[in-house]
Design a binder for this molecule. Structure first.
Ligand SMILES: [Zn+2]
Length: 198
């Protein structure tokens, strides 16, 4: 019974979410992801070495972004994985959660997901719509404008999920502390960034 109890208390799942690394993997990410059970990479990986290094920490489910020409190693346009009972759908570009690309909407109708993990905008996004949790960890690569460099941590405990962004430096933490503002910026964003290199 003792072993059982212990197992119960360790039934806590932590997932590291990262995107838009553009070939860069900061030591801070390795620190933050230490001990996670799984890592999700939402694309614009930039270099297969990023995936190899992440795989030394935990199993990785990844998609490739436009910068990766939508294929890098075994990462393709979309990926699905079920973790701790939650169904994850990953794709780099969804446009807006409230008005996703028709290909994304079609894919979600075909096979529903509990979480949609995406990137591309380099903006943090955390929004639940009709039972689907849309999450963009923002970019963990080179800084762009005053956007935060961050990753996401998703945690499940006794069936309850929590999501948060963690800045990779003090400046990013400060931007994230103004949190809602960034989230709103992402929610209000009209369309894909004009810069196709994003
Ligand atoms: Zn990018």
């Amino acid at each position: 019974m003792k072993a059982n109890t212990q197992r119960w208390y360790s039934a806590f799942v932590r997932i590291g979410v990262i995107s838009d690394t553009h070939g860069v993997l900061l030591p801070r990410v390795l620190e933050l992801f230490a001990g996670v059970d799984h890592i999700l990479h939402a694309g614009d990986i930039g270099d297969e070495d990023v995936l190899s290094e992440l795989r030394t920490i935990a199993p990785v489910t990844a998609v490739a972004g436009n910068v990766d020409r939508f294929q890098l190693g075994d990462a393709g346009l979309t990926a699905r994985v079920t973790l701790s009972g939650a169904r994850f759908f990953l794709t780099h570009i969804i446009d807006r959660p409230r008005k996703p690309l028709s290909s994304v909407a079609r894919e979600l109708r075909r096979e529903p997901a509990d979480f949609v993990i995406f990137g591309h905008s380099h903006l943090p996004h955390d929004e639940q719509l009709d039972g689907v949790w849309f999450f963009n960890p923002a970019s963990a690569g080179p800084r762009r404008f005053d956007y935060p460099c961050s990753v996401g941590i998703l945690e499940e405990n006794s069936g309850v999920w929590r999501a948060r962004h963690v800045g990779l430096d003090a400046r990013s933490e400060a931007v994230l502390a103004r949190g809602e503002q960034m989230n709103q910026l992402s929610r209000a964003r009209d369309s894909s960034p004009p810069d196709s290199q994003m």
